[in-house]
Write a protein that binds this ligand. Structure first.
Ligand code: ASP
Length: 357
């Protein structure tokens, strides 16, 4: 697919120090109020440049590319994740880094999905967005976009990018993408990463948390996995969850995996019907991935009586993975492997720093 690109002419007197490709997908950041109505709708991306003239004062080459139809990120899907990953792969040799402008609602899912899809990534891919549209006076978009660009362009003393993984930058925090969660729908401080420290904090200076930033890998060609399998579902435990609901989900035809959102350290009811439904599903080769409903801490199956059964039945522990990373990892792993034991092994292993062991 041919994409329309706009290159910014830098007016900085300093020589340029690299190149960034900005991929605009939509979201509040690039939204305007409909002329008549009160609804926010995506606008044409070339207006973003008009709204943030400061961009041309940065001393690196910036090129904008827009998806043909900018979307509210609630309409994000695995096909667009693969499209985004392919854009990055096709442009990989031409740019030093990538910034993705994205709606906040599903940004943590996209960041997680891209972290898995982009194998051998050695350049920064930074997602950002905003809580208020860029045209609004109090918008957080300008700061988020400019700092994301600076983080993407940052090089170390040997001229290599400081960041070489998929991240989210939002409201002064640079977070590992597959550790992030949207926690606020109205506060500017919208994202957090409870189980992994921020990779950088942007105050007057940008302070990098170097020990937590992924090291660059060997210079292998960037690979994009071209398939994600959506034959997955969530089951979120709650007191009173019915047998009918659990059994109905587990009997969906073609279902390959469930992210089971459990209580606390990975606990669930020990009602006999529930235990039967889980072991029956595992016998039918449905993979169950145990993820805690708590943002902080981790699953420790077997720690309590109420999780001992899950462990012995063959439920896979997600340790401290987020639900967003767990479901996208499952789609990625099922897209890669058909063999159930290989899938289980991959799910139990940290692939891109998404979980601790
Ligand atoms: N609904 C919007 C989206 O995710 C919200 C936002 O961008 O903040 O696209």
């Amino acid at each position: 697919m041919a994409y329309n690109k706009i290159r910014i002419n830098p007016i900085s007197p300093e020589p340029t120090i690299g190149s960034v490709l900005v991929i605009y997908t939509g979201g509040t950041l690039g939204m305007v109020y409909e002329t008549k109505g009160k609804q926010l709708v995506p606008f044409n991306f070339d207006q973003i440049i008009e709204k943030v003239p400061e961009i041309s004062r940065l001393n690196f080459d910036i090129t904008f590319l827009s998806l043909s139809e900018p979307i509210d990120s609630s309409n994000m899907n695995p096909e667009i994740w693969i499209e985004l990953a392919n854009i990055i792969a096709n442009e990989y040799a031409h740019y030093d880094s990538f910034v993705i402008l994205h709606g906040t609602d599903t940004m943590a899912y996209t960041a997680s999905a891209l972290s898995f899809l982009l194998e051998n990534l050695n350049k920064p891919v930074i997602l950002t967005g905003a809580q208020l549209p860029i045209g609004v006076a109090r918008s957080d978009a300008r700061e988020n976009v400019i700092t994301a660009l600076e983080l993407a362009a940052a090089k170390d003393l040997s001229g290599q990018p400081v960041i070489s993984e998929v991240c989210i930058y939002f409201n002064s925090l640079l977070l590992r993408g597959n550790r992030s969660k949207k926690r606020e729908s109205s506060d500017f401080n919208a994202f957090h990463s409870e189980n992994y420290p921020p990779l950088a904090t942007a105050g007057v200076r940008i302070e990098y948390n170097l020990p937590y930033i992924s090291q660059r890998g060997a210079d292998l060609p960037l690979q994009v996995q071209q398939r994600m399998d959506s034959s997955v579902a969530f089951i979120k435990m709650f007191p009173g969850i019915s047998q009918l609901v659990v059994e109905s989900i587990l009997s969906i035809e073609g279902l390959r995996g469930i992210v089971l959102e459990t209580y606390g350290a990975g606990n669930a009811t020990t009602a006999p019907w529930f235990l039967n439904a889980i072991s029956n599903a595992i016998e039918r080769d449905i993979v169950i991935y145990n993820v805690s409903q708590c943002d902080g801490g981790r699953v420790a199956q077997g720690h309590y009586e109420t999780s001992r059964f899950l462990k012995s039945a063959g439920v896979v522990s997600g340790s401290d993975i987020t639900a967003e990373a767990a479901i996208t990892k499952m789609m990625y792993v099922f897209g890669k492997e058909t063999n159930v034991s290989s899938c289980i092994e991959l799910l139990a292993t940290p692939l891109r720093g998404e979980m601790s062991i």
